[in-house]
Write a protein that binds this ligand. Structure first.
Ligand code: DGY
Length: 316
């Protein structure tokens, strides 16, 4: 008999078709994010869960999962929505989907850098609201990327892919990471403070952990040169929203570009009031090719586990 898997959200058709050939699937029919109680209820009688970033699988949820659940395969590279220690205590394996969303997410980071630097949000508003009076030599002036210093916080796969793209735009790359990365042509800074002092643009690309949450706050933002631009494709909770909104409002930052937020989708309304904020609704991995690849990778992990092989992307 095939293993029983709860799939918590609707997945691309090719992924769902493959899942059905290998497993007995239970679905979240309405495709609405589930609260913890609903997740525990639907997990009843299942052997594994294919989860997404909209599932908050905290310690209390993991304690209440039925004993039959042996694996949580994430449809995401980030695993901050799962309490990994609680999963380890229950001997539940957790996997993620690295590599396959690197390029798509790096592309969105460049879109944020360009969108923020060139005032794309204001430009689009002018067109849509029919407020574009005429072309003017001094109208809607943005900031060039060419020749500027891009500080990358977190030089993992996505940070490196952003570095490569930004170099093609003529940017000079600086970064802070737990360790220097030999393979990148960039200046390493041993501390975040040092990186910020040298960054005309800052791209946030570290994982959300106890150490990084709230790392970009009033004190650290003040270290950026006046007129800097901050973009985030990692996780919203690395940023203190009040501090970031304040730094844009008081003119310390020229603009921001965000694809991820605290408390998605109920973002801090202060962001909507900033004309120089280029905002996207967590689109980093949102291409059909990438979402297919993420689904296939999650299924690779589940299939390996249920035929008795080690899943390649085990994080716990
Ligand atoms: C991830 O995989 O962690 C992304 O945030 C999903 O787009």
């Amino acid at each position: 008999m095939s293993a029983k898997i709860l799939i918590t959200r609707k997945l691309p058709p090719d992924v769902e078709r493959r899942a059905e050939t290998f497993f007995t699937i239970k679905r979240n029919k309405g495709d609405v994010p589930m609260d913890q109680a609903r997740l525990v209820e639907l997990a009843d009688g299942q052997d594994g869960i294919l989860a997404t970033v909209t599932d908050r699988i905290d310690a209390a949820t993991i304690e209440r999962l039925p004993a039959t659940i042996r694996i949580i395969a994430n449809f995401a590279v980030g695993t901050d929505h799962v309490d990994l220690e609680a999963a380890a205590r229950r001997n539940i394996i957790v996997t993620n989907t690295p590599d396959v969303l690197t390029d798509a997410t790096a592309d969105i980071a460049l879109l944020l850098l360009l969108g923020a630097a060139r005032g794309a949000a204001q430009g689009m508003a002018a067109i849509r609201e029919n407020k574009w009076a005429n072309w003017a030599p001094t109208g809607m002036l943005g900031i060039s990327l060419t020749g500027k210093r891009l500080g990358i916080l977190g030089m993992g796969r996505i940070g490196q892919a952003i570095a490569k793209r930004a170099q093609a735009f003529g940017m000079k790359i600086h970064y802070h990471n737990r360790r220097p990365v030999e393979t990148v042509d960039a200046t390493f800074h041993a501390t975040l403070d040092e990186l910020l002092e040298q960054s005309d643009f800052l791209s946030i690309n570290c994982a959300s952990t106890a150490q990084t949450r709230g790392m970009i706050n009033a004190r650290t933002l003040a270290l950026l040169p006046k007129g800097a631009i901050v973009v985030n494709t990692a996780r919203g909770d690395i940023i203190d929203d009040d501090a970031l909104i304040g730094a844009v409002k008081n003119g310390h930052l020229a603009a921001i570009g965000l694809d991820v937020f605290n408390n998605e989708p109920n973002i801090d309304p202060g962001y909507r009031a900033l004309p120089n904020a280029f905002l996207l609704p967590h689109l980093g991995s949102a291409t059909l090719e990438t979402r297919n690849a993420m689904g296939f990778r999650a299924l690779d992990n589940l299939e390996a586990f249920f035929v008795g092989k080690p899943p390649r992307d085990r994080v716990v």
